[in-house]
Design a protein around this ligand. Structure first.
Ligand code: ADP
Ligand code: MG
Length: 703
């Protein structure tokens, strides 16, 4: 290991860093070579003037690692690459995080690395990469990835609470090695129980998806605090690590897709990571939670929070309740929550109750909130809980709510166990149990979309040629709307052309004719059958109804001719023609769309649509590749999901047909995302089960 810019001048920051690095190297039996042209020797070791000289000094083994402490990262990295060092770490800052010039410098680093075979951690990383861990704490351990040193501290310090940790990757500006690389490596380590991350921005959406997919398949959960939920957070993150921050709703969707558990606070992140490391897998996808408390109030409060979070509290069987009443007075409720009234925890009954609870087949996790210390009873309770947790087939969660926190029951008893999961707040316990449930439920049914050739096709589908033809025709007809000042919609295809693109991908649309005269309008209407819908149709004509360009329920030849004339006259630009469509009815209006996310690329959206889509904002996203199961899961995420199952006597909607539309839009974007900026199908009319779904309107915007 070579350290470039090593120093022993008293008081210099690099001197402290040099000795830390030397200790780290020596603990690993590595040869430590300081590099500094102004020194013969340093700290008693011979000092090499250049990286090449350091390389020579270690002989044929070569250098595994070079740590760059100097400000001139570019110059040092050039030497490191030339000396064929496998890995480099660069602490220096002043790159993409400070603006244009810095970004250019960072791009130069990337170009240099692309040429050689060195991998770089940084620049703008720090000493956290060289921390020593408390290896006496039992595994599985947390591996931490952080894009800010200080934000990783609370996780690191949790070792003092008995939480095991083994790795810390402060990824800095990620010019080469990035979050995803570390996720993959950590998730394959048997000693790692959970990868926890504090992230400000992802370098690449695809590598994130692949790494999360890999971790899920390897059975290693990822927990994460990802800033950028709001505009303010996103802009701060941008200046901090110099990365783009994508739309947060899309990030959330990708997390759901791959089981990444997201939290708001570092305390929640830590507690949930601990839970995922320690707790055995639940026996069923919707685990039963039992709440055991010494006070009816505590039990009720905790149960309320768990239920509100969507967790299930099973009613214990009559047999179990009878057994519990052998030790708990008959007037106390033991159905779940279990209220013991206090006294039984003070003697041998306490342990007996716990044994019955953890052995009950309906109980998959035991939660024991201890709101405040009440020695000596709470000492005995804590000791019994630890003893039970040691052999229990289910996780035992204890919340020690006492605000003091230096009581023996907490410090010495609870924290010294590596089996019991200890929390300080009700809220964090609920969040951790939910993450545990959600992660395992996904993991048990997970099928990698990357393994499905239909979802990651190597060739475009057959419809692609026809869709491209429609896009090409449209490209010729974009001048007119621009002239009329419809700048925002300038490049969109007409509804008719947009529907051509959809039809090429077998997305059903209304039967319709594009006509150029009043007479033809009436003829088209007659062939479709009255009533019909008529719309002005042209490139750039979006939001037609706002411009009065949609006429529904046209019922006669006379009305059709009149509608034709009016629509042509009212159109802000000369339309391509008037679209005469069959009038569809009976169903739910849904929106299906696609666009490009700056981080994740093509993204598919579904929402409850029609005219209220903007007001309600009830939409959800997925990033390709995703399978039909995920498309179905999208529908359950909508707030108005119940509308699809049929409410107030309405029949259930044909969700399978809607899923077809979503999957076909996905395929369209996978094939032609380079050529299509946006797709908006609003509405798709989803008819009752078995009767299909049909696009009533469509807008395709070329890229
Ligand atoms: P806009 O450009 O304003 O979105 P649309 O083509 O979506 O125009 O038409 C507006 C509304 O008219 C639709 O949301 C739908 O409720 C109704 N509509 C449009 N086409 C049809 C059709 N073929 N059958 C029944 N209703 C339709
Ligand atoms: Mg519409």
């Amino acid at each position: 290991m070579a350290v470039i810019g090593a120093s022993d001048t008293e008081g210099r920051p690099n001197t402290l860093i040099t000795s830390r690095l030397r200790a780290w190297a020596e603990a690993r039996d590595a040869t430590f070579v300081p590099v500094n042209p102004n020194r013969e020797s340093l700290g008693g070791l011979p000092c090499a003037p250049t990286v090449a000289a350091a390389r020579k000094a270690v002989g044929r083994r070569g250098l595994d690692l070079a740590v760059i402490l100097t400000g001139d990262v570019e110059g040092a990295l050039a030497e490191v690459i030339a000396a064929r060092v496998r890995f480099a770490v660069a602490f220096g800052a002043g790159f993409a995080e400070v603006g244009e010039e810095g970004r250019a410098a960072q791009d130069r680093l990337a170009a240099m690395l692309a040429e050689g075979h060195t991998h770089l951690l940084g620049p703008n990383t720090n000493l956290n990469a060289f921390e020593e861990f408390d290896t006496s704490l039992p595994e599985p351990a947390i591996a931490l990835i952080s894009q800010s040193g200080h934000q990783g501290r609370p996780i690191f310090q949790a070792q003092e609470l008995g939480v095991s940790m083994r790795y810390w990757a402060p990824t800095g500006n990620e010019v080469d090695l990035e979050f995803a690389d570390f996720v993959k490596w950590f998730s394959d380590r048997p000693e790692v129980g959970c990868v926890a991350a504090y992230i400000e921005g992802f370098k690449d959406g695809r590598t994130l998806q692949l790494a999360a997919d890999h971790a899920l398949a390897a059975g290693t959960p990822i927990t994460m605090v990802k800033v950028g939920r709001t505009e303010a957070g996103a802009s701060m993150a941008g200046s901090h690590t110099g990365k783009l921050t994508g739309s947060d709703a899309v990030t959330d969707a990708v997390f759901r897709q791959f089981g990444v558990q997201r939290f708001d606070g570092l305390d929640e992140l830590l507690d949930a990571s601990q839970m995922l490391c320690r707790a055995p897998a639940p026996h069923r996808p919707d685990p039963g939670v039992a709440v055991y408390a010494i006070s009816g109030g505590t039990g009720a409060h905790m149960s309320d929070l768990l239920s509100a979070a969507g967790l299930r509290l099973p009613t214990l069987s009559a047999a179990t309740q009878d057994t519990l009443h052998e030790w708990i007075p008959p007037y106390l409720r033991v159905s779940n929550p279990i209220d013991n009234g206090g006294h039984p925890v003070g003697d041998e009954r306490g342990r007996k109750i716990l044994d019955v609870l953890v052995a009950d087949p309906d109980v998959d996790v035991l939660v024991a909130p201890i709101t405040g210390a009440f020695p000596p009873m709470s000492d005995r309770l804590a000791a019994d809980l630890v003893a039970v947790a040691e052999t229990s087939p289910i996780p035992v969660c204890v919340i020690w709510g006492s605000p003091v926190g230096d009581e023996a029951a907490y410090r010495e008893t609870l924290l010294s166990s590596s089996k019991v999961v200890v929390f300080r707040t009700f809220g964090n316990c609920v969040a951790a149990i939910r993450a545990w449930r959600d992660w395992h439920a996904l993991r048990d049914t997970y099928r990698s979309p990357f393994a499905d050739p239909k979802l990651v096709p190597t060739r475009r589908s057959r419809g692609a040629a026809a869709a491209r033809a429609a896009l090409a025709t449209a490209a010729q007809a974009t001048a007119a709307p621009a002239a009329a000042g419809l700048a925002s919609a300038r490049t969109s295809l007409s509804e008719h052309q947009s529907k051509e693109v959809l039809r090429a991908y077998r997305i059903p649309t209304t039967a319709e004719h594009l006509v150029g005269s009043a007479r033809d309008a009436a003829a088209a209407a007659a062939s479709l059958g009255y009533p019909v819908v008529m719309k002005a149709c042209g490139a750039g004509l979006a939001h037609k109804s706002e411009l009065g360009l949609v006429e529904v329920g046209v019922g006669s030849p006379r009305a059709a001719r009149a509608a034709y004339r009016r629509l042509v006259e009212d159109a802000p630009v000369e339309p391509e023609g008037v679209l005469v469509s069959e009038m569809a009815s009976g169903g739910l209006e849904v929106v299906v769309g696609a666009s490009h996310d700056p981080i994740f690329g093509p993204t598919v959206m579904v929402g409850l649509g029609g005219v209220f889509v903007e007001v309600l904002g009830d939409v959800t996203f997925r990033v390709p590749p995703f399978g039909r199961d995920e498309a179905k899961r999208m529908l359950t995420e909508l707030r108005g999901a119940a509308m699809l199952s049929g409410v107030r006597g309405a029949p259930a909607a044909d969700t399978s047909a809607l899923v077809d539309v979503i999957m076909r839009v996905q395929r369209l974007m996978v094939d032609l995302g380079d050529e299509i900026a946006e797709v908006d199908i609003n509405p798709v009319l989803v008819r009752p089960k078995g009767r299909g779904a049909v696009a009533l309107d469509a807008l395709v915007v070329p890229r």
